[in-house]
Design a protein around this ligand. Sequence first.
Ligand code: ARG
Length: 245
Amino acid sequence: MKKFLAVVMVAVCAMGLAACGSKGSSDKTLVMATNAEFPPYEFYEGDKVVGIDAEMAAAVAEELGMELKIEDMAFDSIIAAVQSGKADMGVAGMTVNEDRLKNVNFSTPYTEAAQVIIIKDGSTVATPDDLTGKKIGVQLGTTGDIYAGDIADATIERYNKGFEAVQALLQDKIDAVIIDREPAKVFVSQNEGLVIVDEEFTVEDYAIAIAKDNEELLTKINEALAKLEASGKLQEIKDKYITAE
Ligand code: ARG
């Protein structure tokens, strides 16, 4: 009987009538692509991915009556995973920008964010303008990477993980790191001798990335986000991971 069902499923999949297991998503599972190197949004606690995005995604999945499955990958693979259907959504502190909008849809933004500059204590860099001609570390494929390209005469060093850029700064291999504000606060709090430049480098919005051809999921996710916002649940999740100054 099992075998018969499997054969039928293969046939149904081949006809394109049902979401197929091999594509990651089934009717009951909501697959989230992320890059779990990004506290407080997504990071490992033991072997579990936790953080604001992980909890928000779990709450969205619950609203949708689905079960969340998290796939950890390189940040610059997330959009492709969503486009190919390997994942249903990208939730990775991902900034909405024009280029990405050509490839995926974005949900309603769920957080205001910023790129900030981390420097060593005593650095001469005091504002974003002082980055001219400097060696700057970023995480590959992030908005920090993209916008650092606008700085005159700067050398950009790209790392797979944001924390690797911070380590390079600690070792004086680079002059500054451009990275998202909340992860920057976490990295600075965990390492002596680092400070964040007061003036932000950019201001941006985080949203959930969804395949262009999945308008239905976009609508459902936006409805779920609106509910979580209205009930205060979203704020509760944020407050759990970010303590107000
Ligand atoms: N907000 C930045 C961007 O969208 C960085 C996000 C990095 N996220 C991560 N999970 N590593 O490009």
